[in-house]
Design a protein around this ligand. Structure first.
Ligand code: FPP
Length: 250
């Protein structure tokens, strides 16, 4: 962990998620096709990951392809899938050297075979790394995850492995694809839009939201650090009063 000006190393969010928005609009402003924006978005991914490692974030989740993104023109979907394969293949050794453990959430079985295979190989190669988790949300949506968790839980109940009276939030969350990750604390969205777009619906219950006006391809390390600084200025009350938090030293 590096000393980063003004960032309190003891209060860095352990899990940060990003809705990487604005690639298409950025490319249009440049008079280029949308995929030019996605390609340039890869540098913002690198910088956010480096910034996360430097700040001491333990888990970084990126919304790379939502279940709704299949509705885009086929050419853009194919180009995005090819970009993912190329990026994963070209970056995996560097990720491994830096101690990054790659994970994925979403129904990845529905991805094209080449994307799926590149992803699984990279996950396997980096599985013992401990510095940081990089989670790619691919063919993911929050509602999909909550539904699949409900399905799994129902099967356990019908097989008498779980008593329905014991189902509470903590048990339910064990069936979500994010079960192993730390609690989400900060959610960033770029491009000035202020929506959740079916991203980590359950997990964002107590997360802080940070909206950047920058388009994703322009997002740099300093912007990531600005989001953490902003997070550190907030009082997170979790339903308690400010006075109660002072009394317990939070
Ligand atoms: C949203 O911008 C962006 C995406 C749907 C794709 C994000 C993918 C990358 C940055 C590619 C590389 C990623 C990894 C993890 C290797 P948009 O197209 O919706 O932008 P718009 O709102 O301006 O149209």
């Amino acid at each position: 962990m590096k000393v980063i000006p003004n960032i309190d190393a003891k209060r860095v969010p352990s899990h940060v998620a990003i809705i990487m928005d604005g690639n298409g609009r950025w490319a249009s402003l440049m008079g280029k096709p949308r995929i030019f924006g996605h390609k340039n978005g890869v540098q913002a991914v690198r910088e956010s990951l480096e910034a996360s490692v430097e700040a001491g974030v333990k888990c970084l989740t990126l919304y790379a392809f939502s279940t709704e993104n299949w509705n885009r023109p086929a050419g853009e979907v194919n180009a995005l899938m090819t970009l993912l394969v190329k990026t994963i293949r070209s970056e995996v050794d560097k990720l491994d050297e830096k101690g990054v453990c790659l994970n994925a959430i979403g129904d990845i079985s529905k991805l094209p075979a080449k994307t799926y295979n590149a992803l699984i190989e990279a996950i396997e190669k980096t599985k013992n790394n401990k510095k940081i988790r990089l989670v790619l949300a691919l063919n993911y949506s929050g509602r999909w995850d909550i539904s699949q968790a409900g399905g799994k839980l129902s099967r356990f109940i019908s097989e008498n492995k779980i008593d329905p009276n014991q189902v509470d939030e903590s048990m339910f969350s064990q069936f979500l694809s994010t079960a192993e990750f730390p609690e989400l604390e900060l959610l960033i969205r770029t491009s000035g839009e202020q929506r959740l777009s079916n991203f980590l619906l359950w997990e964002s219950a107590y997360a802080e939201f940070y909206f950047s006006e920058k388009f994703w391809p322009e997002f740099r390390k300093e912007d990531f650090f600005d989001a953490i600084l902003d997070f550190q200025k907030r009082e997170r009350r979790f339903g308690k009063t400010g006075e109660q938090l002072k009394a317990i030293g939070r």
